[in-house]
Write a protein that binds this ligand. Structure first.
Ligand SMILES: [Zn+2]
Length: 281
């Protein structure tokens, strides 16, 4: 190659590097909503996109990013953590979380909200989608409740007859997704956790406050506590109440009016239970 040609190549290389630089530094975070929309029935893609969820530091077993979004006044004494799709085959829970995130972004009701609509994206995106995470662990049995070592395996072996969908793991907090939720509890310091599931069509509650009697068409039915569940860990042992919403269908979301009614019932109950007036003797 002649000196001129070498110089010309170098010149083009430098020029193209300069042109590319702003593209690299201004690279936007990939929008995850279309992929979720392609996988999840009734997924509100436009609402997801307007919610502008952000990548957290949480990663799944397969290295997927766990997304979140905060909304509301950061100094509020009311801090609510809403999580969906901790069980990957409960797709409707992710969709409902986005609808409620949209409501919270329009009217935060003086609450600081953190939404993690899809805790278990590995199994939500797998075909078929799965309840457990990619290691075959039921994340909602993997939280470090006292006596987990004695109780969780025994419960799994005897009560569930070793149902693989309910395997609690070889030790508590063995999974990156359950570790991430505990990290969120420790750092976000929620005063209330709302965990969305399906398909039992009821409302469950664990913790020190008076539970809501109903959310929309879902009525309170406290089904008991399980070793390693989030309700047991957070509600019973850490004193942070957990409202567990069990939608009636894993794929279809409730009609729009019900989604709104559940939200207004939830926020009315929060107002009654956690307001300053409610705290006075
Ligand atoms: Zn579930």
């Amino acid at each position: 190659m002649s000196i001129q040609k070498t110089f010309k190549s170098l010149h083009y290389f430098c020029l193209s590097s300069l042109l590319l630089l702003p593209l690299v530094t201004q690279a936007k975070v990939k929008d995850p909503c279309p992929d979720w929309g392609a996988r999840v029935k009734s997924f509100p893609v436009a609402i997801c996109q307007s919610a502008n969820v952000q990548p957290s530091n949480g990663r799944t077993v397969r290295g997927r990013t766990i997304y979140f979004q905060d909304t509301g006044p950061v100094n509020s004494s009311s801090r609510v953590l809403v999580i969906g799709a901790i069980h990957g085959d409960e797709q409707s829970s992710a969709s409902l979380a986005f609808h409620w995130l949209n409501y919270a972004q329009k009217n935060n009701l003086n609450t600081y909200w953190r939404f993690i609509p899809i805790v278990n994206p590995d199994s939500l995106m797998s075909k078929p989608s799965r309840r457990t995470n990619a290691n075959g662990v039921d994340l909602n049995r993997n939280f470090p409740t006292p006596n987990w070592n004695d109780e969780a395996k025994k419960h799994w072996e005897i009560r569930t007859r070793k149902d693989p969908r309910r395997f609690p793991g070889n030790q508590s907090l063995s999974e990156p997704e359950s570790q991430f939720i505990v990290q969120q509890i420790n750092t976000f310091k929620p005063t209330l956790i709302v965990s969305i599931h399906a398909p039992y069509g009821v409302l469950d509650f664990d913790g020190p406050k008076a539970p809501p009697k109903k959310l929309g068409f879902l009525y309170l039915d406290q089904v008991g506590i399980f070793p390693g569940s989030l309700g047991n860990y957070s509600g019973v042992h850490r004193g942070i109440p957990v409202v567990t919403v069990e939608l009636p269908n894993s794929l279809d979301i409730p009609p729009p009016l019900e989604i709104t009614k559940m939200w207004t019932d939830l926020t009315a109950w929060m107002n009654q239970t956690f307001s300053e007036t409610a705290k006075r003797p």
